[in-house]
Design a protein around this ligand. Structure first.
Ligand SMILES: Cc1cc2nc3c(=O)[nH]c(=O)nc-3n(C[C@H](O)[C@H](O)[C@H](O)COP(=O)(O)O)c2cc1C
Length: 223
């Protein structure tokens, strides 16, 4: 049976949106005949160290991560830098990625998608494709029943990876959805973001992370 190493690059670890999506891909992978994947959370230092070793032995690797400031969490950059010894090896694993962002439009993640494709090329790893999805933060509050269509497509992608060794571009397009919001949707989003219920979520997040008092800090602004 083919092996899959599943790497979660979210600083939130197991309770992250990245992991919730990766779990669906893993389900499809197993339905397609793949062996139970090894799952490692890069936010745990023991898992991080193990991931650097396991990636050199894996058949296929899927790295999932949230978009941070149009790029990636520092944690993931640190992991990528630790892969330098793999450059030039003969039998590097097939590499796939899952990038999900807070903003709805997948367009925000396309720069990172190109970077990850180049990374696979530089490592000499066949690139199986990158799953891109916007509106990821909604997964923190949405029940499984409301996510049926997305989950079914993520499972399809997992099954494709097991059966064909790559993601089907058409399914990737369906998961990503519209590249840009239409002017009407953008206007509706603008209004929705001003509503108390939306503000409540972000206020809670700021308070939970003890950042409420410092929400207007601008550490890089010139004095
Ligand atoms: C420090 C930080 C930076 C972020 N930067 C972006 C960004 O540039 N664009 C975006 O669409 N979402 C951004 N987000 C939102 C996350 O990508 C989004 O909430 C994601 O679903 C979190 O996934 P996780 O639970 O797997 O960590 C950012 C979040 C944080 C905490």
């Amino acid at each position: 049976m083919d092996s899959l190493l599943l790497l979660n690059g979210s600083p939130r670890g197991p309770r992250s949106n990245s992991m919730r999506m990766l779990t669906q891909v893993a389900q499809g992978w197993q339905a397609g005949g793949g062996a139970e994947p090894t799952v490692l959370h890069l936010a745990r230092s023991a898992d991080f160290d193990r991931a650097v070793i396991e990636i050199g032995r894996a058949g296929k690797v899927l790295l999932g991560l949230p978009l941070y400031t149009d790029s990636m969490p520092g944690l993931v950059l640190g992991f990528i830098e630790a892969l330098e010894p793999l450059i030039g090896r003969e039998d590097n694993p097939r590499l796939g990625f899952l990038v999900q962002s807070g903003f709805m439009e997948p367009l925000h993640s396309r720069g990172l998608e190109r970077y990850l494709m180049k990374l696979a090329m530089r490592l000499g790893s066949p690139h199986v494709g990158t799953i891109v999805r916007g509106g990821g933060e909604a997964l923190q509050v949405m029940p499984d029943q409301a996510l049926g269509k997305l989950f079914a497509r993520l499972q399809d992608l997992g099954e494709q990876l097991a059966r064909e060794g790559r993601f089907d571009p058409e399914t990737l397009r369906q998961v990503a959805g519209r590249e840009r919001l239409s002017p009407v949707s953008a206007a509706a989003m603008f209004v929705a973001l001003k509503m108390p219920i939306t503000q409540f979520y972000w206020t809670q997040q700021l308070k939970k992370n003890r950042a409420w008092q410092r929400r207007f800090d601008a550490p890089h602004a010139s004095a």
